[in-house]
Design a protein around this ligand. Structure first.
Ligand SMILES: Nc1ncnc2c1ncn2[C@@H]1O[C@H](COP(=O)(O)OP(=O)(O)OP(=O)(O)O)[C@@H](O)[C@H]1O
Length: 265
């Protein structure tokens, strides 16, 4: 990875500021409408081919979990879907009218130091139409007690929750969450997946990456397995478990992906 690439990634991993979605234009029916369509995405970093002709379509109210070994390309794909970076090849269509709001939680959310958690959300709230209830968002992500704490004083897990809160501003129709459960205690992991479920119930399309395959098995409508830049499986948790002849997703995962070290070799 070059220095330049790192800089671009860090500087650009903020909400994309796409315009607010008309709440009437996305029905709450699960999968009734395509919320996001990605076709033929390919990308290389130097001589490392990270994605190879990957296509993904997610409907309204659908929860799609993107799983795969370390270095398999999950974060890269999610950055493309969130429009913080462009792939070498392929096309991404979000919503039907060009006005669909996308919320994005990067793997390592970054905040400007010196501000409180509440101030931080208030800052981002000015970029969306309509009123934003910052206290409600803090409460929803489990940070009601930490609104007055400066962002640099937040623990790693708390910073991730604040990043989730930032992604929820403006009630995005599409939510892209890069390892949202990483660093959270077991109770917060459950809470996070409960939040994801309730958002999907109101029609939000959610694409999340996770290594927490227990909650993924319980929560995701579909699991897409990325290995070495390509999808090697795509189905409901039950379908993947049955096709692998296992009893749980964690064990099925082990049969689906290569196990000879991290990807991106
Ligand atoms: N900006 C970059 N410049 C160069 N290489 C990169 C860059 N971003 C990612 N890569 C490489 O692309 C490959 C995929 O990385 P990516 O972060 O997408 O994987 P991942 O599946 O999200 O991994 P993890 O589960 O460990 O978070 C890796 O080999 C990584 O080193």
């Amino acid at each position: 990875m070059s220095e330049g690439d790192t800089d671009v990634r860090d500087a650009s991993e903020e909400p994309t500021g796409r315009p607010a979605n008309d709440p009437t234009d996305e029905a709450a029916g699960k999968g009734d409408h395509r919320a996001i369509d990605a076709t033929g995405l390919s990308h290389a970093f130097g001589d490392i081919r990270v994605l190879d002709d990957v296509s993904l379509s997610v409907g309204t109210g659908e929860i799609v979990a993107l799983v795969g070994p370390n270095g398999s390309g999950k974060s890269t794909l999610l950055r493309f879907l969130a429009n913080v970076r462009a792939p070498d090849e392929g096309a991404i269509r979000v919503g039907t009218d060009g006005h669909t709001r996308v919320g994005y939680l990067p793997q390592q959310p970054i905040f400007r130091s010196g501000f409180t958690a509440a101030d931080t959300l208030q800052f981002y709230a000015q970029f969306v139409d309509g009123d934003v209830d910052v206290s409600k968002i803090l409460d929803r992500v489990g940070l009601a007690h930490a609104g007055n704490r400066r962002v640099e004083a937040l623990s790693g897990g708390m910073a991730r929750l604040l990043g989730l809160g930032r992604a929820l501003i403006g009630d995005p129709a599409v939510l892209i969450l890069d390892e949202p459960a990483s660093g959270l205690d077991p109770g917060m992991v459950e809470r996070l997946f409960d939040i994801v479920s309730s958002l999907a119930d109101t029609g939000t399309a959610i694409i999340l990456s996770s290594h927490n395959l227990g909650p993924v098995e319980r929560t995701a409508d579909r699991v897409v397995v990325l290995d070495d830049g390509s999808f090697v499986a795509d189905g409901t948790p039950r379908e993947l478990i049955e096709s692998a002849g296992t009893t749980d997703l964690q064990t099925a995962f082990g049969t689906l992906v290569s196990t000879d070290g991290v990807d991106g070799r």
